[in-house]
Every structure is written in C-alpha cells, then in structure tokens.
Design a protein around this ligand. Structure first.
Ligand code: MN
Length: 310
C-alpha cells in the first residue's frame, strides 16, 4: 500500500511536496484513487492565479495526518492513493486545454481501472473536461453534487461559452450529467437577477441555498444529498467560494456570506440588543443586525454601536 510519510519519521517541511506527503507515481495502475492537479485558470472571470493552486494545496497539505478522528480509521489502510502530479494545459486557450485534460484523464481512468481522480483545480471550468472524461470512460452520465456559492449554469460571458460560470450548462447540453440525481448546495451571495438560481432548477438540478442548508442543519443536508443521489455514480465538486472569503481571502470570486458569520455574531443577530433596549423609547424592541454588521462580523471586525441605523 502507498503511505504518506509520517511527521514522526521526518519533519513535515522535509522532502518534495506531494499531496499529504504521499508517494508520487508516474502510473496510476495500482491506485484506487489518485491526486492530480489541473493548473488552469483561463476560465476565470475575475481573479486569475489558480494555476498555482495545486502547488499551494500540496504545500499546506503536508499538515494533514492520516487518521480521521470522526470516522475512526486511517484511509490509507483501506485504499491505495498516490499523487500523480499535474496534467498539462494550454494557458490562455480554454477549449484546447479541455481537450488535453480530457484525454489525459481518460488515460488515467483506463490505467487505474476506474480509480477516483481527486482533482486539484484550477478554476472551476475544469469540471467540464473532468465530466467529459468520466462519461467517456463510464459510457453513462454521472450525478453531480456541487458545493458552490454560484450555480455556474449561465449561458455565456461576453458571448463566450467556455468559462468557469457556464460549464454546468455546457455539461448538461452535452448529456454528461444525470440531473435527476444531482444537487447544488450552498448557493448564496448577490445575483444578476432572480433567474440565476431558477435556471439551475429549470435545467434539472435540485438546489439547496446556503441559508436553507444551515437552517435545516448539516446532518439533514447530508441526508437530503444522499436521498437525491441514491445509487448513481457521483461526481463531487467543491468551489471554495462556497465559503465566505474570510476563510479563503485569495479566492477568484470573493462572495460574502452573512450566513457564515461566527457563532457569536449569529447569536447577536438573533438576540435582543440590550444597548438598544436601554435607549429604546418603545417596549420590547428587537433588532436584527444590519447587513453592514453581519458582513463585518464575518470578518471578525467590530462595528461600533454608534454606526447602527434603523
Ligand atoms: Mn463559485
């Protein structure tokens, strides 16, 4: 079995960077799952630079230890996982990049006999070549579970069809997604208009906004996802902008999330404001936090009470 090098064997800052200090392999033949980077950011519509993300993820991943306290096992005792390095891309050229990424991934799926690629992006447009590769290999559409602040089902940006905001629509048009078993979770942020989320539902996705998900609770959200997916083969995709930029400030498309305010700030949102009670003229006045306070709270910033307005 492949094993990560333990921090007890050698310090974590020693050695060539691979994901979790796993062995690097040229062939994924023996892999049940394999890490592979796609350093591509030509699909991004705001900040670029995520071509350096696989490298950055690998660098910090050396801190991850193999034993999972919640699940109670070491994943590497059970499956063979290695780091297969990065796929090549053509920076500046989206569609030619998708072609080479698809081709390389299909080869890896064949070589590993259907091993699971754990792909480090790259901007989110890399979903499209990944789905093309999975469907080319499996000869059937796959379910998608997609965590994101955005639906990524817009048609075009500036008349262009291949961006990180349009690839789920392209994938559905290409027949790659089993939408009846697919779900988008975590939608939040400001919108162009009220069609932004509706368009995903019209295309067949189930959706859970971040607010709906947090109101339901995490176990209930997991249950809803499981029910939706059923036994379908599933492709899991996480856009890190599902998190408030407080947690990932360098993100391509920072999308503020008042719902992810700190627990203390959430309590403040729902608790009576004692200061206001003291000064309020009417009885029983409750006040919910202003948007300014909620946004500031999510960054751990204190907004002086004098700034509050009704
Ligand atoms: Mn997004």
């Amino acid at each position: 079995m492949f094993r990560p090098t333990s921090g007890l064997e050698s310090p974590r800052f020693v050695g060539i960077r691979t994901f979790m200090r796993l062995p690097h392999v040229e062939s994924v033949e023996r892999c049940d799952a394999f890490i592979v980077g796609v350093p591509f950011d030509t699909g991004a519509t705001f900040r670029v630079g995520s071509r350096f993300a696989p490298e950055a993820i690998r660098s910090i991943s050396v801190m991850i230890r193999a034993y999972h306290p919640y699940h109670g096992f070491d994943i590497f005792d059970r499956i063979n996982v290695a780091d297969a390095g990065d796929l090549t891309v053509k920076p500046g050229y989206a569609e030619p990049s998708f072609e080479v990424v698809t081709r390389q991934l299909v080869q890896m799926l064949e070589q590993s006999g259907g091993g699971i690629p754990i792909v480090l992006g790259g901007d989110h447009a890399v979903v499209l070549p990944e789905l093309r590769a999975q469907v080319a290999y499996r000869k059937q559409p796959v379910a998608v579970v997609h965590f994101d602040s955005h639906p990524d089902t817009w048609d075009v940006y500036w008349g262009e069809k291949y961006t990180h905001g349009t690839m789920y629509r392209r994938a559905i048009e290409e027949g790659l997604i089993d939408t009846a078993h697919s779900m988008q979770v975590g939608l939040h942020g400001t919108l162009f208009d009220d069609n932004d989320w509706a368009q995903s539902r019209e295309l067949g996705f189930a959706t859970l906004t971040l607010r709906e998900s947090l109101n339901m609770g995490i176990p209930e959200t997991i249950q809803a996802i499981r029910e939706r997916v059923g036994d379908a083969p599933v492709y899991l995709s996480v856009d890190i902008d599902v998190l408030d930029p407080a947690y990932a400030p360098a993100i391509r498309t920072p999308t503020a999330s008042p719902h992810q305010a700190t627990p203390a700030a959430q309590q403040r949102q729902h608790a009576p404001d004692r200061r206001r009670h003291r000064h309020a003229s009417g009885p029983g006045r409750l006040r919910r936090a202003t948007m300014t306070e909620r946004l500031a709270s999510s960054r751990g910033t204190h907004v002086p009470s004098g700034h509050h307005t009704r």
